[in-house]
Design a protein around this ligand. Structure first.
Ligand SMILES: [Zn+2]
Length: 501
């Protein structure tokens, strides 16, 4: 990117070494999760934290900060230039407000807490994890005080992942979403809906090689550019973006329930497409990649759920599944559709279906808000978790690993992160609704494997902008909406209650 403005060019030039450090940190992160020998962990930890410190030094270098400060007074900047100023100013403000000791304390506690969490989860004993969690929460409370907030300390943490997200907004979202999803779930149960029947495909063992081929066939149908994109394997699937022309995803193979592998692949491919379709002029700038976590998640969930679990998509990949997966060779499209869309109120979030998933997030949101509002102590969490899960989902965990210990987020210090999953779901349904109005033959194109109109729609409305606009501005500008839950509720009602399947 080349700017007319002299100061902006100076900023972009000075940013290049910072971008390069991020590039290297991303590549090391990808390597850590995929191919690094186990014993390399310790040394990689040193390299990773040192590169982060170097990055912070460059970002907070007086000359650089002065340049960014002076750019704030510039008149007649383009939207891209304003975006650069906004993103860098936010980062400088945050990094300069949090003292080095707190950052170090957090990263130490992240490693210790994570190790304690692994053992505690295995032994299903929350008490083993509690002292670490208490310490992490204390650190996070201090960070919230240092960075500042308007109404609720929790907002300082929400803002780390979703720019300007407030407790009032989330209260409104979950206040509307939770009771309506509970009602839909109850209707499904009361009517004995076929969506509740577990398919025999769940337990059948598959050969990894065949499902791997299937994943690649699906990615080929979606026309991923192999010169800018690759797929590897890891326990927890993720997407890592080195740059706009090197985006990598991973998927998982557990040996049973093959839909999990396909759904993970399509989910991560959705994340990857966001970055692959970002305007190339934003390469090697602070604007590369998506506008926020929620918007990124809206892309992955759009492909995984709205496209990937739709009947037209099942009709597209059904013949491939029947050909490759021997025990599914006689499964009809209807059976496959119900297999991919099975609904079950259960304990574990990562295995949850479209109807119940956000109820899991509602529970975590409620707990996080209470923790940072000083309404709930660490020791009270497990019982509160179990009580509320029983009220919200109708199931009560019998062990801590089925309940409070299931996610690594809190031990890793990721407070304020969970709500972005739900916001992503809401936005994916808004996109679906708008796209249906804009694109002719929307479903027919999915059935035929012609994804070009969908990709192009996403590119022009969302992807190409990278993080030029804040998430709320982009949502308003491109979709004329906010985090409105009504589209998602309508989508779920139409799919699960009105469908004859
Ligand atoms: Zn995701």
């Amino acid at each position: 990117m080349r700017c007319e403005n002299h100061i902006m060019n100076q900023i972009l030039n000075a940013y290049k070494p910072m971008w390069s450090l991020k590039h290297a940190i991303s590549l090391m992160g990808w390597d850590f999760e995929t191919y690094m020998p186990k014993k390399g962990t310790e040394e990689r930890g040193v390299a990773d934290s040192q590169l982060h410190l170097l990055y912070k030094d460059l970002l907070l270098n007086k000359d650089f900060v002065r340049l960014v400060e002076s750019s704030k007074t510039l008149k007649s900047l383009t939207d891209q230039e304003k975006g650069i100023v906004r993103v860098l100013d936010r980062e400088i403000t945050k990094q300069s407000k949090i003292p080095k000791e707190l950052i170090e304390a957090e990263s130490m506690e992240r490693i210790r807490g994570n190790m304690a969490w692994r053992v505690a989860r295995e032994k299903s004993d929350f008490l083993m994890n509690a002292p670490h969690l208490e310490k992490m929460i204390e650190i996070k409370k201090q960070i919230a005080e240092k960075t500042g907030y308007e109404k609720h300390p929790y907002e300082a943490l929400l803002d780390l992942y979703e720019e300007d997200l407030t407790v009032d907004e989330l209260d409104k979202v979950f206040g509307a979403l939770t009771p309506r999803l509970q009602k839909i779930l109850k209707k499904l149960v009361d009517s004995g809906s076929p969506f509740l029947n577990e398919s025999k495909l769940v337990k059948s063992k598959y050969e990894i090689k065949t499902v791997d081929e299937l994943n690649h066939d699906i990615l080929n149908l979606m026309e991923y550019d192999v010169n800018r994109f690759r797929v590897d394997v890891s326990t927890h699937p993720f997407t890592e973006t080195m740059g706009l022309n090197d985006v990598r995803i991973t998927t998982r193979y557990e040996g049973t329930d093959f839909k999990k592998s396909i759904s993970s692949t399509v989910h991560e491919a959705g994340h990857a497409l966001y970055d692959l379709q970002c305007d190339q002029s934003l390469s090697v700038t602070p604007l590369q990649g998506g506008s926020s976590l929620a918007l990124h998640e809206s892309q992955s969930r759009f492909w995984e759920n709205i496209v990937g679990r739709s009947m037209p998509f099942i009709q597209l990949i059904g013949p491939l599944i029947r050909k490759k997966v021997s025990f599914a060779s006689v499964a009809t499209d209807d059976e496959l559709y119900r297999y991919f869309n099975n609904v079950k109120a259960d304990y574990i979030r990562v295995d949850a279906d479209e109807v119940t998933y956000n109820l899991h997030i509602a529970l975590r949101y409620e707990i996080e808000k209470k923790i940072f509002g000083d309404d709930l102590s660490v020791w009270e969490i497990p019982e509160f978790w179990n009580d509320r899960m029983e009220q919200i989902l109708g199931v009560r965990p019998t062990t801590d690993s089925e309940g409070v210990l299931q996610d690594t987020h809190w031990s890793s210090g990721l407070f304020g992160y969970f709500p972005t999953y739900t916001l992503g779901n809401l936005v994916s349904a808004i996109i679906d609704s708008k796209m249906r109005k804009d694109l002719e033959d929307y479903e027919e194109n999915i059935r035929m494997g012609n994804f070009k109109p969908i990709r192009e729609w996403l590119r022009s409305k969302i992807h190409r902008h990278g993080s030029v606009y804040s998430p709320k501005v982009l949502l308003d500008k491109s979709l004329n909406e906010g985090y409105n839950p009504n589209y998602f509720i309508t989508y779920i009602e139409t799919k699960y209650l009105a469908s004859a399947v």
